[in-house]
Write a protein of this length. Sequence first.
Length: 344
Amino acid sequence: MAGWVEKIWFENHPLGLLGAPLLWPLSKVFGVIARKRRASFLAGNGAYRAPVPVIVVGNITVGGNGKTPVVIWLVEQLKAMGMTPGVVSRGYGGKAESYPFVLDENTTTDKAGDEPVLIYQRTGVPVAISPVRSEAVKALLPLGIDIVITDDGLQHYKLARDIEFVIVDGERRFGNEHYMPFGPLREQTDRLQSVDFIVCNGGQPEPGEIAMNLAPSQFVNLKTGEKAQASSFDNAVAVAMAGIGNPQRFFNTLSALGITPVHCEPFADHKAFEYDQLAALAEKGQHLLMTEKDAVKCRDMLSQHPNIENWWYLPVDANISEKDTINMMNIIKKVKDGYGSPTA
C-alpha cells in the first residue's frame, strides 16, 4: 500500500481533498457492489455449505490487522480440544500449477503465498489454497479434518460460514470510514453487528470487543535456527524490514523491546523479495531483523545463498485472556457438536 494512500485513509491527509473528485465516486461504486454481494448471500444464492463447521477470520478493512496470528491461535486451541482443523486461504502472491492446491513440507511461497506457508509451518495442519475457497475446503475433506478455518475471506460469500471473527487494528481502527479506494473499508462498520467475535489487536478495545495483543517470542536465526533474546540486539547495529499490512507495527514492537534499528525499511504486503535487494539492506548493519511472515519468503533463498548468517526473524503469538478464550471455544464447540460426521 502506497504511503500517501495510507495518509489519506488513516491520517486525513490534505492529499485526500485532491483525490476526492476521482476516488470518492469510485468508493461509492465499490460500496454498491459490496452491499449487493452480501444481500445475495443472505438471500441464499449459491453459497457452498461444507459438511463441517467453517470459521472465517477476516476484517472489513484493507491490509493486515493480525488475522494470521489469530488463525494460528485458533488452530492450536481447536487441537487442544481434540478437534482436527484444516485451513483454507486464497494464497495471495503464489502461483500454483493448479487449484485447489494442498501444501506439503516442500511448498514454497512462490507457489502458495507467504501466509499459507507460515500457517502450515507453524501448525502442521492441512492447508489448501484456491481462489474459490469452497474448492479448497473440498480438497481438505478427504484428509480427515472436522472443522475449517479460512484465513481471510469475510467477503468471500460463495462459502457459507458458521462463525465469523473480525480482526480490528486497535491503533488505526477504520480510518476515514470510506469504502475503497477513497478509504480502507471493504464493508461498512455496521457489518460488525452481524459477526460473532470482534478481536481488537492492540490499542483500546471498544465495548463488546475482545482484547488481543501480539506477544513476541525469541528471535530466530534464519539459517541456523539459533534463538536469541531481544536483549542480544540492544546495542547491536541492526536494520529492520517488514513486508506486512502495517509495517510500523513491527517497528514499534522492536522499539518496545528496546531495539533501535539504524534503518527501518517498510515493504508492500506480500512483496516478492529479491536477494540482492535484501543483501544490500543487510549491509547497512550487523543484523537484519524481519517478521516471521517475511522469513518464510527469505528462507527459500538459503539454497542459493548459504552465506546468509545474520538474518533474524521474530515470531509473534496472539495473546487473548483465558476468560475470552473459554467463552469463544465453548461457542465453537456448541456449533461443532451440531454437525454430524464429515463426508467428502
